[in-house]
Design a protein around this ligand. Structure first.
Ligand SMILES: Cc1ncc(COP(=O)(O)O)c(C=O)c1O
Length: 470
């Protein structure tokens, strides 16, 4: 493809992109296709001769688009959002054109230094202490894996990295029953073993029961285990519960335990002064992750991972083959040493673009608006006798169920599952669910970039009316 052809197609593509954004609500939010529908339309063999851009776009429209779920549709209320925004997309276009591989400072000094500056901006925006330093990871799962590996190495004086786990102490990791599955995955991968992940019961509001954590740590110590890392969550996946950092951190401090905070979703709320209470106890934190790719309008993937002492992180991950030796080593940040992959995308670009083009106030307005929408939704639900709110609404997620008068408890779970599928099959909205204390719970997250109050009101109307037809 010549650059002239590229220019022509790229312009066409920008028209396609804006058309998509303008018409996003016309697409079914959740793709209605069945398993195999897409793969069966694709040829088994790759083309031998070059094909045209037009042929490629035709197949994209006809085969691929029907199989897409539209996360940027404002009626996407499922899971947690994976938001983007025009400033982020523009930055992705630049990143994609430069296609720099930013593994070390020398392979693109601007990428390393912009990343350092963006992490400082974010750190100050969410008001982590000034002595924290940050690095962009692809996902919160990777950041949590980095935290657990670092905690493992610190607890064993960096011996497992050298000797493996054969003579290692039995390490213990702690999190609440409501933490995200990425913690369990990281514990498995780390070699610590899933059986050494202690899931602490939660209180009525789904936050970690701190007394139970204390008891677990004490009893483990007596039994000869070594408590290694506690993971608290700000914004649990099920209900966005906020674990109380201060008392948890105090236990970590008293016992020399690494304290990691998973704020994948909730962290963005910290840009609001009125949500700074969530970070009470910050002085105890060793590492902290939040996802601008969830709620800060920055395209997937972009996870901000902060550590109080990068030396531990770097010592856990660094390797120095001959071909990566540079003259600047030691005087700059070589982010390849700050996580699992060697190769790194230039993700700082999209943060720079988003933060500049929204401005801090613009980001705050948007996040506040989403929180207002969740509160409004909860108010509307509370007005209906045949619906029930099932968890406190802390930021942008409302957990509820349909509970018609006279229905038998055993039937209500099935009823709500049917309601969830019925709603999602309309293509008009997309909700997901969790189970709380055995109760099938519908979750509605008001964090999508393009969401406005009228979408929430319309969605609620559809939910109410559909439920009453069941
Ligand atoms: C609390 C929490 N932590 C971690 C994750 C995993 O995020 P990622 O997809 O960035 O690994 C999620 C995903 O929703 C989450 O809700």
């Amino acid at each position: 493809m010549t650059t002239e052809e590229f220019r022509k197609y790229a312009h066409e593509l920008v028209d396609w992109m804006t058309g998509y954004m303008d018409n996003i609500e016309k697409y079914p939010v959740k793709s209605p296709v069945k398993p195999g529908d897409i793969i069966n339309q694709l040829p088994d063999e790759p083309p031998v001769k070059p094909e045209s851009f037009q042929a490629f776009m035709k197949d994209f429209e006809e085969i691929i688009m029907p199989g897409m779920t539209h996360w940027q549709n404002p009626n996407f209320f499922a899971y947690f959002p994976a938001n983007t925004s025009p400033p982020s997309i523009l930055a992705e276009m630049i990143m994609s054109t430069l296609s720099a591989q930013c593994m070390i400072w020398e392979t693109s000094p601007a990428a390393a230094e912009l990343e350092e500056k963006m992490m400082n901006w974010l750190r100050d925006l969410i008001k982590l202490p000034k002595n924290f330093e940050g690095v962009i990871q692809d996902s919160a799962s990777t950041a949590t894996l980095a935290a657990i590996l670092t905690a493992r190495e610190k607890a064993t004086d960096f011996r497992i990295n050298d000797e493996g786990t054969v003579n290692a102490p039995r390490l213990r990791i702690y999190c609440s029953e409501q933490t995200h599955s990425s913690i369990e995955k990281a514990v498995k991968i780390s070699g610590i073993g899933r059986k050494n992940l202690v899931k602490i019961p939660v209180r009525k509001d789904f936050t970690m029961d701190v007394q139970k954590l204390r008891e677990a740590v004490e009893s483990d110590k007596k039994a000869g285990f070594v408590p290694c890392c506690v993971i608290a969550t700000l914004g649990t996946t099920g209900t966005t519960a906020m674990d109380p950092l201060k008392p948890i951190g105090r236990i970590c401090g008293e016992n020399g335990i690494w304290f990691h905070v998973d704020a994948a979703m909730g962290g963005t709320a910290l840009i609001l002064p009125e949500y700074q209470w969530m970070l009470d106890g910050r002085e105890f934190i060793d590492s902290f992750v939040f996802n601008p790719h969830k709620w800060m309008f920055t395209s997937f993937d972009c996870s901000a991972y902060f550590v109080k002492n990068p030396a531990y992180l770097i010592k856990t991950f660094e390797i120095l083959p001959e071909y990566l030796k540079t003259r600047t080593r030691g005087s700059v940040n070589d982010y390849r040493d700050w996580g699992v992959p060697l190769g790194r995308r230039f993700r700082a670009m999209k943060l720079w673009s988003v933060i500049r083009m929204y401005g801090v106030e613009g980001l705050q307005d948007k996040v506040r608006g989403h929180i207002r929408m969740a509160r409004r939704l909860a108010e509307m639900i509370a007005l209906e006798n045949d619906f029930q709110i099932l968890a406190p609404v802390t930021i942008n997620t409302v957990c509820f169920r349909f509970r018609p008068a006279g229905a038998v408890e055993e039937d209500i779970n099935k009823l709500n599952e049917t309601l969830n599928h019925r709603l999602n099959d309309t293509g008009k909205i997309y909700l997901s669910h969790t189970v709380l204390n055995g109760v099938y719970t519908l979750r509605m997250v008001t964090g999508q970039t393009n969401l406005r109050m009228e979408h929430v009101e319309k969605a609620w109307d559809l939910i109410r009316k559909t439920a009453r037809t069941l």
